[in-house]
Design a protein around this ligand. Sequence first.
Ligand SMILES: Cc1cc2nc3c(=O)[nH]c(=O)nc-3n(C[C@H](O)[C@H](O)[C@H](O)COP(=O)(O)OP(=O)(O)OC[C@H]3O[C@@H](n4cnc5c(N)ncnc54)[C@H](O)[C@@H]3O)c2cc1C
Length: 959
Amino acid sequence: MDLAGFTEEQLTVREAVSQVCSQFPSSYWQECDQEERDPKEFHAALAKDGWLGIALPEELGGSGLGISEATMMMQTITQSGAGMAGAQSIHANVYATQPLAKFGTKEQIEKLIPNIINGTWRTCFGVTEPNTGLDTLRLKTSATKNLKDSTYLVSGQKIWITCAQVASVMILLARTTPIEETHKPTEGLSMFAINLDRSNPGLELKKIKKMGGRAVDANEVFFDNYEIPADTLVGKENDGFKIILHGMNAERCLLAGEALGLGYAALEKASLYAKERQVFGRPIGKNQAIAHPLADAYMRLEAAKLATYHAARMYDASKTDSSISFQAVGTACNSAKYLAAEAAYTACERAVMTHGGMGYAVEYDVERWLRECFVPRIAPVSREMILNYISEKSREMVDTEDQTKSPADSAAGDDGGHSGAAKGTTAKDKECQYCHQAFTSSSLGRHLDQYLFKKKPDGIHDVEEIRRIRSSITRRQARTSTKHESPDVGTRKGQNESPSGSAHEPPARPREGPRFLFNTPSWHATGVINNLSESTSQDVANSSRVPVSHSPGSLDYTGRSSKTKDADTVRALELALQEVLDNIKAATNTTRPRLSPFEFDVQAETFPSLVLKLLPPPPALFATQPFATSTSFPLEPPNAGQVELVRHALKAHIDKWRAEQLGISQTTNQAGSRTKNNHVNDPQMIHATAQQHDEISSRHLDLAYQNWMMLSLEVKKHTWQLELTRAFVRESEKRKDLEAQLNRVQQEAEKLRAQNERLSSCQWPREFALFPPDTLPLPREAARELDALDNSYTSPESSRWDYDQLVAKWKRVVMHDKSMGRVGASSYRGIDESTPESTIRPKLNAPGAENHSEFPSFGYVAPTTTTSSNIPPTQHTSPYDAAQQSTYNTHQATKRQRLMNGSEKDVGSVAENDHYRSSPQLANGHATGWSPASVQSLLATSHPPSTSVPANSNRYGPS
Ligand SMILES: Cc1cc2nc3c(=O)[nH]c(=O)nc-3n(C[C@H](O)[C@H](O)[C@H](O)COP(=O)(O)OP(=O)(O)OC[C@H]3O[C@@H](n4cnc5c(N)ncnc54)[C@H](O)[C@@H]3O)c2cc1C
C-alpha cells in the first residue's frame, strides 16, 4: 500500500500497532481460527499499550486521537495477518464506547471507560435481532421499567452478538416504549450499558457456528426478564436510537479500514506467490491472466483507501466544522465501507485463485481471509442497504416514494439524527443540494420544481441541472400542459391511476402509427424517460402506469400520451425539413450565379409592361401626393416621359447585378472553391455580360417604344389597361407570397423569443454570483471567422450535416411555445398604424435629399429612412411594403444566421455586395426612401436579393 498522504499521527499509529501485531504471527491466528479460541492475548496486548482508547478523550484515559487514526489502527491489525478476527476482538471496544463517552453519566463514564480501555472489561454490541434484521427500528427486545425498585426487565432476543461470550459489558438497544405508542419508529428505543452477568437469571448465550472469524465468538443472546439496574440507561429514555447512531458512522470507517487491511494482506500474499510459483518453466505472475486481476484488485483497494480516509477525515472534522453536514458524513462513511468491502472481497478471491490449490490450504491464510472478508460486506449494514441509502441520498439515481421509505432509513442512514434512519415518513431527511434546506423527499421535489416552473433563477439553484435530474422522472403530466404539477405529484398519481383514470388498469399500449426514425432525441417536455433501455423504460412504465413507448434505435413518437405532443413532433419535423430544403436551395444558389440581371425576359416585354415592371406605382391614395409622380408609372398610357426613367431602371438593374456577381466572384475566389461555373465568375466576363445586357436592353427599349408610338391612342389605352390588370394580378400573387413569408417570420420571431427565454433562464455557476466573469467582446472579424468555420454544418455536402440536430432544434422551438404562429410579428413595427405619416413618406423631396437626382436611385433601399418601423399599413400591397419587408427580413436574417446555423460572414456580405453598396447615394450618405428597382429585386421570386445570403433569401423568398 502506498503510504503517501497519510498524516504523521496515522503513520505513527501504523508503526506502533504493527509492532504489537508482529508479536502475533499467522500461525497464532490460524490456530485461534481452527480452535475457535478467543485471541485474548492479542486483546490484552493492545489494551496494555492503551490502543483501545485511541479515539476516546484524554481526560477519560484515551489517546484523544480521531477516527482517522483509529481506522489506520484497524487496517494495520487486519493487514498484519490477524484478519477480521483480530479486528473484531477489539472492534466494539473502540466504536461502541463513543456514544457512551458522549452521553453517559459521569458515574457511568468513570466506572466503564477506564476498565474498557485497560482491557479489564470487554464490550459487545447488542442490536441485531433475528426477527427484524436490518429493520432496526422494529426491534422487539423490550426493557420494561420496574418503578418499585428502579430496575428494568429485559426480554427478547439478540443475534450475531460478537464477543458476547467474553464481554462483561453489552451496549444494548432495547425498546422502552412500544412502537404503537410512539409518534415515530425512531422514538421509544433506549440505550443501556449493561453487565452481562451470566449467573443472573434470564440471560442465556448460545454460540453460533460460523464461516469465518472463528476466533471471535458470535452469539444468540436470550433475555427473559433479565433484570438490569436503571442507572445502566445511557442518555435519556426513548432517545436510544439517536444516541446509538453516534457510533455508527465511526464503525463504518473502522470496518472500511479493516476491509482494506484484509485486501492488502491478501494481495501481498498473492503477489509473493505469483512471483515464486513456477509453472511451465516461469513464474505464474508472468501470465497476464494472473497479473491483471491482481493489478485490478490493487487499484480497487487504492481507490477504496482514498474513500475510506476521506470519510474518516470528514467524520473527525465534522465535530468541529459545522459546515460538514451529517448527511455528507453519512454518505461518505457508507460509501467508504461499501467500496472497501467490495475491494477486499475482490482481492481475497483473486488471492485464493492465484494460489491455485494452495489457496485452499489453511497454511497460506488466504482461504481464512476470503471467509472473513464477507463480514464487512454484511455487517453492520449490508451492501444492498448501503446502495439503497446512497441512491436515496444522491436522488439523481432513484427518486420514488417507495425508495424513500426503504429500510435504508433503519440501517444504512447513519448521520446522527439527520439521516433517513432516524426519520419517519414525514421526516425532513432530505437536503437541497443547492441551498441546503431540509425537506421531506416529496417536498424537496416540489422545491426543486419551483425553479422549473415558477421561481426565477436565483443563481444558486442550477436550473439546467435540476431540469436534467427531474426530467429523468416519469411524469404523468407534460410540462407544457396548462396545469403544472410537480413531478412528485405526477409520479404519485401516476402510480395509482392509469391515464384512463382506472387505478388498476394496465399501462396503455402505445398507439399504432407512423414511426419517425430520427435517432432518439430526448424530448424533455414530456418528462417521460425516453433514453432508457427497453427493459428499464418498461419498468418505469409499469411502476408509474404511464405509457412509455420506446424501441432501441428509434423513437416512437406515437407512444406519447397526448395528441398535442404528436402534433408538436410533426410540426417540428415539418419545420426541420423546411429548413433543410431552404438550406439546400440556398447553398445551390450560392454556387450558381444568376445569368441575367432581370427576372424576366426584357426582350419579350412591350413598352407598357416594361414601364409597369420597372417603375414604381403612384403613391397611395391617402398619401399627400395621391397622383403619379415624375418617377412613378403614369395613370394614363405611358409616353416619351417614361422612356428615360425605364432606361435608368434597366441600367440600375444591370449595375446591381454586376456588383452582386463581382461580390460572389470575390467570395468564391477567396474561399478557393472552384465550381463548374467558374468561368461565369470571371470579373471580366461579368463586366462584358453587363455591358451586353446594357446594350441589348437599351436597344430593345427604343424599339419597343417606337412600336408603342405606332399604336393608335385607343389601342394604347386598351393595352395599358390590360397591362395594369396584369400588374395587379402579379402584385396580388406577390402579396400572397409575402404573407407566407410573414408567417414564417413570425415563427422565427417566436423561436428567437423562446431561445431568449431559455437563455435568460440559464443559470450561471454559483461562483459567478460572487465573482461574475468578465465578458470580452468578440471582435467582428474573429466572429466571422468562427462562423465561417462553422459553415460546414450548413452545407448539405458536408459530412457534419446534422439532421438530428436540426430536428432537435425545432423541437425546442415547438416545445417552448405552443402559441407559435399565432402571435403576430409584433417586433415588426412596420404595421404600427400609429406611426406618423410624415415619418413614413418616401423622402424623395425631403430636405437633405438635395443630391438626389431627377431619377430615383434605382438599386438600393436606404435603411435609415425606410426602416421597418415606418411603413404605413396602407402600403402593404405595394412594392414599397415588400421592400420594407425584405429589409426587415434581411435584418432578421442577420440575427438568425448568428443564432442558427448560418454565417454572419454571409450576412455581412449583404452589406458589402448588394445594392446598398452599388448606390452612389449611399456612398454620399444620402439615402432615398425607396426604389422600385430594389423592390423588384427584393421581391424576386427565383433569386434572392443577395445570393450571398442563401439561407435568408431562400428561406423567406417565395419557393
Ligand atoms: C460475523 C458477524 C458479526 C456480527 N456482529 C454483530 C454484533 O456484534 N452486534 C450486532 O448487533 N450485530 C452483529 N451482526 C449482525 C449484522 O449486523 C447483521 O447480520 C446485518 O446487519 C444484516 O442483518 P440480517 O442478518 O438480519 O439480514 P436481513 O435483514 O435478514 O437481510 C437479509 C438480506 O436481505 C437484504 N435486504 C433486506 N432488506 C432489504 C432491502 N430493503 N433492500 C435490499 N436488500 C435487502 C440484506 O441486504 C441481506 O442481504 C454480525 C453479523 C455477522 C455476520
